[in-house]
Design a protein around this ligand. Structure first.
Ligand code: NAD
Length: 337
């Protein structure tokens, strides 16, 4: 079987990782082309593999290169446009989260995906491909914790990355769509229901720069789901100790959790003051394996002509909830779905 010919758009913080994974870790695929607005990023990938054809113009790449599929890791406000162009050209699409920055974009993409039944469309909710999250899901589905009552998720970027976060705020769609969306997706996945109400609060506690975009540096929401369960999540940019992702699901019989401290390994460093444990410092480190697993699943789905578990409806639901969460935060009131 021939390798699946891939093009990638976006070679920034995450795009570079995806490109490297395709070059080194993904079976059955070949990175044929790469596109970015940033010439230095293109040079960097070309230095790594001289066979990758580089483009500054996405339309040109899609028109000229003989591709089977495209990996979309451009800024969130470009996902809709880039997905639409690739699908209409008859290419399979792997698109980073979010599916779109508003509900209308998501519904428009669904229309095209529904028409192009032979194409694979997959969204990058990579936590679903992380071994610990898979294990939690299996245990919940087996009934180990009884009936799930509460999902709690914290996702806080390291403060050391704050200048990047501020720079990206213009394109991100806000904290709920950019950061909390992983917890939003997990809450629906674990609680197996849809939200009924939501109330969000938050603010710019250290960085007023976010207020320009009607955003906060730390925001939180409480949701009630139609099946009576609850979800609470915090998204922020100011963790002093590292990349803080922690998740807990409380059930009627037991509680299950991952990483109540974002500990990198079992290592402890003992000196004359303390016993220290190192924390993850970036999403790239924490979800290294999940990023490989999700792309491998995309390729396997193409080769085996089967649909991925993450559906377009999951992407629509996540954007809808993130949009409502943002609205609730801005209007400071509880909203209904
Ligand atoms: N799954 C995750 O945990 C995770 C983590 C980080 C980022 N992301 C998502 O990945 C996407 C990229 O994030 P990032 O942090 O790498 O951003 P970034 O700003 O570092 O990089 C953006 C890239 O997109 C390219 N780009 C933007 N507009 C373009 C256009 N019109 N044509 C061609 N190229 C264009 C830029 O040149 C750049 O290479 C975002 O949608 C973000 O939400 C997901």
């Amino acid at each position: 079987m021939k390798d699946i010919r891939l093009g990638i758009v976006g070679l920034g913080r995450l795009g570079y990782i995806h490109a490297n994974n395709i070059l080194n870790n993904i079976k059955g695929a070949k990175l044929v082309t790469a596109c970015s607005l940033n010439n230095d990023e293109l040079k960097k990938i070309k230095n790594q593999n001289n066979n990758v054809e580089c483009y500054e113009n996405y339309n040109k790449m899609i028109d000229q290169a003989q591709l089977d599929a495209v990996i979309i890791v451009s800024s969130s406000n470009q996902h809709y446009n880039h997905s639409k162009i690739a699908l209409n050209k008859g290419l399979h699409v792997f698109c980073e989260k979010p599916l779109g920055i508003n509900l209308q974009e998501c519904l428009d993409i669904k229309k095209i995906v529904d028409l192009k039944k032979n194409l694979i469309f997959m969204l990058g909710f990579m936590r679903r491909y992380d071994p610990s999250y898979i294990y939690i899901k299996e245990n919940i589905d087996k009934g180990v914790i009884g009936k799930p009552i509460l999902f709690r998720g914290y996702s806080v970027d390291p403060e050391s990355q704050i200048s990047n976060s501020i720079k990206y705020a213009k394109y991100s769609g806000g904290q709920f769509l950019d950061m909390a969306i992983h917890d939003i997706d997990l809450s629906s996945w674990f609680l197996k229901s849809e939200p009924k109400t939501i109330f969000s609060v938050g603010g710019c506690y250290s960085y007023p720069e976010f207020s320009k975009y009607k955003d906060g540096d730390n925001v939180t929401s409480l949701m009630q789901f139609k099946n009576g369960s609850m979800a609470f999540f915090l998204a922020g940019r100011t963790a002093s100790h590292g990349y803080n992702v922690e998740t807990e699901v409380i059930g009627t019989k037991a509680t299950i959790k991952i990483a109540s401290a974002p500990q990198k390994s079992l290592v402890q460093i003992l000196d004359n003051k303390e016993i220290a444990k190192e924390c993850f410092q970036s999403f790239q480190d924490r979800f290294k394996q999940a990023f490989i697993n999700e792309l491998q699943e995309f390729i396997n789905c193409i080769v085996q002509s089967r649909k991925p578990e993450i559906t377009i409806e999951d992407g629509i639901q996540a954007t809808l909830i993130a949009q409502k969460a943002t609205e609730s935060f801005r209007e400071n009131k509880q909203l209904y779905f």
